[in-house]
Design a protein around this ligand. Structure first.
Ligand code: PGA
Length: 257
């Protein structure tokens, strides 16, 4: 049985005050909630404060990050290494988000290197994949997702996906309020799982595949009712404790059935 994971991607949002308020509020909202792993990825600068806040609260919320470098130290101005993330308790690291791919020109191959380096450092990659609106309209969704996953499989083998998380995020649905329908998302998730199964059926069966793109408390349950949707990567709605907790609770309820 796959255990659902709901992760909040805070993107470039936050302040010291917000980190403490949001995490304290979220922790209270999640009291007694079991059956779902809840993770947050604050901006790197706030991971230290997030760790201290979660530790003080005795929280089970998992700490993550939004990106990593592919070196642990050296002359790489502006970057953050897996070793640093690990020292501050961050375990679930988002890589290949479409905003990194687009604004920082990150290629499939570069993202695969990040995947490899996270694994090497004992961290959990949250590998984002997904198609643009034009690719979607051209019927290329499944081939784009397969290509993005194959960059990792070609570099490391399908077994490397063991224990990692995939986040399927159609780019046209991110931050737009134009979410994919639960049926469409399920179809793509099933195709992603089938693609991995061609290489390794066990890995495909066990890997957590999240949906991301305008997930809100109002639409979350419909996604989690789908057999191949194992959680969500949440942007906007993760900035509000009540909304994000409602999404996590919906996953716990749906997957307990
Ligand atoms: P959104 O962002 O929930 O605001 O659409 C999701 C993401 O980019 O991870």
């Amino acid at each position: 049985m796959r255990h659902p994971v709901v992760m909040g991607n805070w993107k470039l949002n936050g302040s010291k005050e917000m980190v403490v308020d949001l995490l304290t509020g979220l922790n209270a909202e999640l009291e007694g909630v079991t059956g779902v792993d809840v993770a947050v990825a604050p901006p790197a600068l706030f991971i230290d404060l997030a760790e201290r806040t979660l530790t003080d609260a005795g929280s089970a919320i998992i700490l993550g990050a939004q990106n990593t470098d592919i070196n642990n130290q050296g002359a790489f101005t502006g970057d953050t290494s897996p070793a640093m993330l690990k020292e501050f308790g961050a375990t679930h690291i988002i890589i290949g988000h479409s905003e990194r791919r687009e604004y920082h020109k990150e290629s499939d191959e570069f993202v695969a290197k990040k995947f490899a380096f996270l694994k090497e450092n004992g961290l959990t990659p949250v590998l984002c994949i997904g198609e643009t609106e034009a690719q979607n309209e051209a019927g290329e969704t499944e081939s784009v997702c397969a290509r993005q996953i194959d960059a990792v499989i070609n570099l490391l083998g399908a077994e490397a996906l063991n224990g990692a998380i995939i986040a399927y995020e159609p780019i046209w649905a991110i931050g737009t309020g134009k979410a994919a329908t639960a049926d469409d998302a399920q179809r793509i998730h099933a195709s992603i799982r089938a693609h991995i199964a061609e290489k390794n059926a066990d890995v495909a069966k066990n890997i957590v595949i999240q949906y991301g793109g305008s997930v809100k408390p109002e639409n979350a349950a419909a996604y989690f009712a789908q057999p191949d949707i194992d959680g969500a990567l949440v942007g906007g709605a993760a900035l509000d404790a009540k909304s994000f907790a409602a999404i996590a609770k919906a996953a716990a309820v749906a997957k307990a059935q």
